[in-house]
Design a binder for this molecule. Structure first.
Ligand SMILES: Cc1cc2nc3c(=O)[nH]c(=O)nc-3n(C[C@H](O)[C@H](O)[C@H](O)COP(=O)(O)OP(=O)(O)OC[C@H]3O[C@@H](n4cnc5c(N)ncnc54)[C@H](O)[C@@H]3O)c2cc1C
Length: 358
């Protein structure tokens, strides 16, 4: 185990922002995680778990503790029958440090349905259960079978069924009740060989229709269409594309009641766009409101800039590093946007990226 000192974190984040980690270690095996945790515990040093750095804003001062970079690799795939004994399923046991998008690509090539709409999302597989990654009508909650993790409190490895992960919109036990308690080491995905692609969102349906002319699209065609739609919004990491120096969506889409929706419509004089809040019983009577629309209605256009921080020129929901932005500049822009939306609509936007070292 090699512990490095004063390692700059900016290059490990998609924002390209952040000061140094006081200590930094890579873990390629579960045993190295155990050793790194003991090392930090013995010295009373704070620990931060780093995946692909695609959902982080690291402070300019960095992190005064040990950053543990999860690098566990390996994918084991097996075919089995589901509980009913009727339907074939393919289980992928994926180590936490595997690249998420590469795993999606493999599942699509192997014609297994369940995560095709999540193509093009950066980060690691271990990061996906943390905020229940979702896009274009799919969430990892509906494809995860099991999560294996190291419990920092009890110092043992544990496994959670999907129900035990307590998934909801951009939430799980790993970013709420048990925040920073577990290090995910493996995620088991249960996918459907030969299954039909999910096509719920209108802009995705349009993008797919352009290329398949009336016939049922393949999983690969849907995944390719997702990547095209993402790229058009600057939500795909493409070398040299300034709009993707971000952490993706900076704010969560607020979930509101029908009454709140009526008030927002009345105060804006417009009918706001909306999406279903989700299929669970807890979402009955609720709708999801695009934060991008609220931000635009509050006076922020694409390309708005505050110093070197800005709103993406292709998607109002992403804040970007225009080159040389500090974390303080991004936070100042986020506060300006959050205050304006609150003053206009009485809604406090919640930030999506995880703050490190603030
Ligand atoms: C261009 C772009 C587009 C994006 N689009 C989407 C999208 O459509 N939908 C969406 O949901 N997200 C999206 N994101 C956000 C991000 O890609 C996901 O949240 C991703 O899953 C984060 O994974 P990561 O490995 O990069 O985690 P990191 O950013 O490294 O960490 C994020 C959080 O997860 C924790 N974490 C990471 N790995 C582990 C682990 N192994 N064990 C325990 N905790 C861990 C960290 O401690 C931190 O709290 C986007 C980001 C970008 C830059």
């Amino acid at each position: 185990m090699l512990i490095e000192e004063n390692k700059l974190l900016a290059p490990f984040t998609t924002f390209g922002i952040g000061g140094p980690a006081r200590w930094f270690v890579k873990a390629a095996y579960e045993q190295e995680i155990v050793e790194a945790v003991s090392w930090a515990g013995e010295r009373g040093v704070a620990l931060f778990v780093l995946g692909g750095g695609s959902n982080l804003l690291v402070s300019d001062a960095g992190f005064d503790g040990l950053v543990l970079h999860v690098r566990l690799r390996g994918i084991l795939a097996t075919n089995t029958l589901d509980e009913s004994g009727q339907t074939e399923q393919r289980i992928y046991r994926v180590a936490a440090g595997e690249d998420w998008d590469r795993f999606v690509e493999r599942s699509v090539l192997e014609n297994c349905a369940g995560i095709e709409c999540l193509a093009g999302i950066p980060g690691t597989v271990g990061g996906t259960p943390v905020q229940n990654v979702g896009a274009y009508g799919q969430e990892v909650a509906s494809a995860i079978q099991r999560v294996r993790a190291f419990d920092l409190q009890e110092r043992v490895f544990v496994e959670f069924s999907v129900a035990e992960c307590e998934f909801a919109y951009r939430r799980s036990r790993f970013n709420t009740t048990d925040r920073r308690r577990y290090i995910v080491t493996r995620v088991d995905y249960r996918l459907l060989p030969g299954g039909a692609p999910t096509l719920r969102y209108a802009d995705l349906q349009r993008a797919v229709a352009e290329s398949v002319a009336g016939r049922r699209p393949t999983l690969a065609e849907v995944a390719a269409a997702v990547r095209r739609v993402r790229q058009a919004k600057g939500m795909l990491l493409v070398d040299g594309d300034a709009d993707c120096r971000s952490a993706g969506s900076f704010f969560k889409n607020p979930v509101v009641s029908a009454e709140q929706m009526r008030q927002i419509a009345a105060s804006s004089g417009k009918e706001p766009p909306r999406f279903p809040a989700g299929t669970g019983a807890e979402n009955v009577g609720l709708v999801k409101l695009p934060a991008a629309w609220l931000i635009e209605q509050s006076g922020f256009a694409k390309g708005y800039a505050l110093g070197d921080a800005g709103v993406s020129s292709r998607h109002t929901l992403a804040l970007v590093n225009r080159g040389g932005a500090t974390a303080a500049e991004v936070m100042a822009l986020a506060a300006r946007i959050g205050d304006a939306v609150e003053a206009r609509f009485g809604l406090r936007l919640e930030m999506e990226p995880v703050l490190v070292g603030f």
